[in-house]
Write a protein that binds this ligand. Structure first.
Ligand code: GDP
Length: 467
């Protein structure tokens, strides 16, 4: 990181773009007080106590720009661990621009995206995983994503990783002791104890890695595809599912996303319906675009609701579809729609055949619904909720939600596996030490102990300005 850049005093608007009752501009750096004092009419900000708030005016030389409240935070107990000032002004973008201009005129520099958080990291106040969790918190749209991000901010993953690193370090010191006495050919590290330690490490790493699927579902939601022949009732089902959500979804759609997305929130988790525009327009994606393309389209889906209307399908058709689309990481749910039209016993012959042919290898759920009468909709929701619940690994308290952490953990696990293999094949201690260091470094990447500028740049550039 460029040292000079970090010595600049930076400023940025911290509140959202646009008009608001109040807007906040943040200043951080060695000269924060000096610069703020120069443009503030009120108490001398260089002399006031830390963590206090002051009434006054922001001025550009003699011209008053706005009536404000200014908060003063002395290092190190601040977000960036640097001297910081926050100016609360009347929330007009024009006033914000004027205040920023005066700050720059007096020696501050406009902050880059994520620069405040990057300083908090560079100054050792938070680690990299915590910095990332701040971005996640800002982006959180539901209870599940908020909770996992907050847990990460509170150091959840960091603690877990440091326990693993300690185990690894203990192991490494044993090995290095052996290296020191290599000539005498002694084995200090008891191989049985070593194997136990490695097994434990592998176990913990695997649990963390496995938690990613669940974490990802909580953080980004679960993609659901609704597929079926034309007129099977796909749009009707989607509407029934969206019934209570629609108002909320479209209300926030314009502000948070470019496209209106069909999302339902169940028990705090978001379920996103993929390609619902296509579902409306073309009704049958398989007929229109062919099996391969259809598969591509639902590649990111985790749950597929296959809707059929008994009077318009054959069991062969349904079976062929399910077998064709079956995928290890895709839960296929058979949804027998329009049961109001047949009104027969459950399960009827049609469903019994499907059950016989497909359960449990290809799917394990068959629901009978009437999308039109809205019967059985709750059961569809329950299947979705259960899907997420089942991803939960009871063994791991900490849930991985971040792709970067997931990658680092996987690499670390690879190294641990190598070490295990090396131990069992009695390989030279020096090579063992090498693999151990690899595993340690991979874990260190998560907290940011071992990392490079490119990775950092990549992480912080995703933040918004002012954070
Ligand atoms: P899509 O082409 O799969 O999206 O099917 P639609 O949702 O547009 O439904 C096709 C037709 O089936 C419409 O006339 C719906 O009203 C009707 N439909 C959908 N679900 C049901 C149901 O559960 N029972 C009955 N009787 N009709 C339904």
């Amino acid at each position: 990181m460029n040292v000079n850049l970090n010595q600049d005093t930076i400023c940025a608007i911290a509140t959202a773009n646009g008009v608001g009752a109040i807007g906040i501009i943040r200043i951080s750096g060695n000269e924060a007080f000096k610069i703020a004092a120069k443009i503030f009419e009120g108490k001398n900000l260089e002399e006031v106590k830390t963590h206090t708030i002051h009434y006054g005016f922001i001025k550009d030389e003699t011209e008053v720009i706005d009536e404000v409240m200014v908060s003063v935070f002395k290092a190190p107990k601040t977000f960036t661990a640097e001297d910081s000032v926050e100016i609360s002004f009347h929330g007009s973008p024009h006033i914000a621009k004027k205040i920023l201009e005066v700050l720059v005129k007096n020696g501050a520099r406009l902050a880059k995206a994520g620069e405040f958080t990057m300083r908090a990291f560079m100054n050792g106040r938070i680690d990299l995983a915590q910095a990332e969790s701040i971005a996640d918190l800002i982006a959180s749209e539901n209870e599940a994503s908020r909770k996992v991000a907050l847990n990460q901010l509170k150091g959840g993953i960091t603690n877990e990783i440091s326990i693993l690193r300690n185990d690894l370090l203990n192991f490494t010191s044993l090995i290095e002791l052996e290296l020191d006495f290599g000539e005498e050919d002694v084995e200090f590290a008891d191989r049985t104890a070593m194997n136990k330690l490695l097994l434990n490490l592998r176990h913990k790493l695997s649990a963390l890695i496995e938690s990613f699927q669940y974490g990802n579902a909580l953080k980004n939601g679960v993609e659901v595809a609704i597929i079926g022949k034309p007129n099977a009732g796909k749009s009707t089902l989607l509407n029934a599912l969206l019934k209570e959500e629609r108002a909320i979804v479209s209300e926030i759609a314009g502000t948070t996303r470019d496209t209106i997305e069909e999302v339902i929130h169940l028990k705090g988790t978001a379920f996103r319906f993929v390609d619902t525009a296509g579902l409306r327009e073309t009704t049958d994606i398989i007929e229109k675009i062919g099996v391969t393309k259809a598969k591509e389209k639902i590649a990111s889906a985790k749950v597929l609701l296959y809707l059929y209307d008994e009077q318009d399908s054959t069991t062969e058709e349904v079976i062929a579809f399910v077998k064709e689309f079956h995928r290890e990481d895709l839960k296929i749910v058979l949804v027998h729609n329009k049961v109001d039209l047949t009104n027969d016993e459950t399960p009827n012959e049609f469903d019994a055949t499907l059950n016989l042919e497909l359960f449990p290898d290809y799917c394990d759920e068959l629901l009978r619904i009437s999308a039109k009468d809205q019967t059985g909709i709750e059961a569809v929701k329950t299947v979705l909720i259960d899907y997420v619940e089942n991803l939960k690994d009871q063994e791991s308290n900490v849930i991985i939600t971040n792709q970067r952490h997931f990658d680092a953990l996987q690499k670390s696990l690879q190294s641990v596996l190598q070490v295990e293999e090396a131990v069992s094949s009695g390989i030279h201690t020096e090579l063992l030490a090498y693999e151990l260091r690899n595993a340690l470094e991979q874990l260190g990447e998560i907290s940011g102990e071992f990392t490079n500028d490119e990775v950092l740049g990549n992480i912080f550039s995703k933040f918004c300005i002012g954070k």
